[in-house]
Design a protein around this ligand. Structure first.
Ligand code: PLP
Length: 373
């Protein structure tokens, strides 16, 4: 965040900055969704919805699981939230009591550990590396599960690494959590942004997992603040009570707009954008390797490349800071995602068009050459 603020300050001074730090799609919300949003706003009927979400939207999400994954889920288990952020916060609030431990990968999405701490829990972070594609494995989870463990959190594809958890590992961890009386949450926010590899929802492996998703990334709706969660039937009432107390309902215009997110017309637009993200990844990964970064695992999804910069610097934070100041390229240092080998890693986001990414890589190459002199 400090680097982003600094990048914006430099831009205000007239500097041209290549942004490779921004974790949201650069595409505007698809027109059918905007039209649906405008339609409901025009009526003025913008009252609270039920806390669990508009029934029609919960039904549309259930239908989406049928068409996309061939999985049948009851709409009664679907909870519409204010982004995946709202879903993660609710899930942790429901599952965690003071002193409970939550297993999660390091590097990983930074808010998770903060949410756990906020609820009085303990984030038990497990260092993961290229050997496990930066994902937890059943062996790691079994080894680190302890008396205080209440839950294990997974994200697939992951932020910051873009890597998927293999299906067998997902199933084995779900079974282990259940056998040990704990819970598993799987953040599927980057589903839809996977570029070729086979993948499916964790719901296919277990009815007991808490699956989190969002309209932010694949659906390009970050600012609408809308997400959802699938929870085991016996937890629905707990989530309902908590959401009624905390925020009453997710934004009403956004929920109506999202009804247009699953139509064939919108999906066709989104699939075109997915192809563009894939082309960006296919450009960026070899270009960064050429510039001296080590990328041992090909990212399979999301819009991130997690790169080892240790051949180029001793400290990724200093590298990112100097790269911004001297070359006008903003990237994210590893420290944002945990403590594990953070000084050796940086994250690149390909949320800009290929020519912009190419300019970024050109500047990085020049910067690296200058430093080596
Ligand atoms: C892994 C992961 N989970 C959750 C979120 C939160 O997204 P939102 O609240 O916009 O749905 C993000 C945002 O970057 C993310 O990367």
């Amino acid at each position: 965040m400090e680097l982003l603020a600094r990048a914006q300050a430099l831009e205000a001074q007239g500097r041209n900055i290549v942004h490779m730090e921004i974790g949201e799609p650069d595409f505007p919300t698809a027109k059918p969704i905007c039209d649906a949003g405008i339609g409901i706003v025009a009526t003025g009927n913008l009252f609270y919805t039920p806390a669990l979400g508009l029934p029609a939207l919960r039904e549309a999400i259930a239908q989406f699981y049928r068409t996309r994954y061939g999985v049948t889920v009851s709409p009664s288990r679907i909870i519409v939230t204010s982004g995946a952020s709202g879903a993660l916060l609710l899930a942790i609030a429901v599952l965690i009591d003071n002193g409970d431990g939550v297993l999660m990968a390091d590097p990983g999405y930074p808010c998770n550990r903060n949410f756990v701490r906020m609820m009085g829990g303990i984030a038990d972070e497990i260092a993961v590396g290229a050997d496990t594609a930066y994902q937890l494995t059943p062996e790691l989870v079994a080894e680190r599960w302890n008396v205080r463990t209440r839950a294990v959190m997974v994200a697939s594809p992951s932020n910051p690494t873009g890597t998927l958890m293999p299906a067998a590992a997902m199933g084995a961890i779900a079974a282990m959590a259940q056998a040990r009386g704990g819970a598993m949450s799987v953040d599927e926010i980057y589903h839809g942004l996977v570029y070729g590899d086979e993948y499916t929802t964790a719901l296919r492996y277990s009815e007991d997992v808490f699956v989190i998703n969002s309209f932010s990334k694949y659906f390009n709706m970050t600012g609408w603040r809308l997400g959802w969660m699938l929870v085991p039937e016996n937890y629905v009432r707990e989530f309902e009570k908590l959401s009624q107390n905390i925020y009453l309902s997710a934004p009403t215009p956004s929920q109506h707009a999202a009804l247009a997110a699953f139509t064939p017309e919108t999906i066709a637009i989104l699939e075109g954008r997915r192809a563009e993200f894939r082309a960006r990844r296919d450009f960026l990964v070899p270009a960064l390797r050429e510039a001296g970064f080590r990328i041992p695992v090909e990212p399979q999804g999301a819009f991130y490349v997690y790169a080892d910069c240790s051949a180029l610097c001793d400290d990724s934070f200093v590298f990112a800071r100097d790269l911004l100041e001297q070359a006008g390229v903003a990237i994210t240092p590893g420290a944002d995602f945990g403590a594990n080998a953070a000084a050796r890693h940086v994250r690149f986001a390909y949320t800009s068009a290929v020519p912009v990414l190419a300019e970024g890589v050109r500047r990085i190459g020049e910067f690296v050459r200058q430093r080596a002199l």
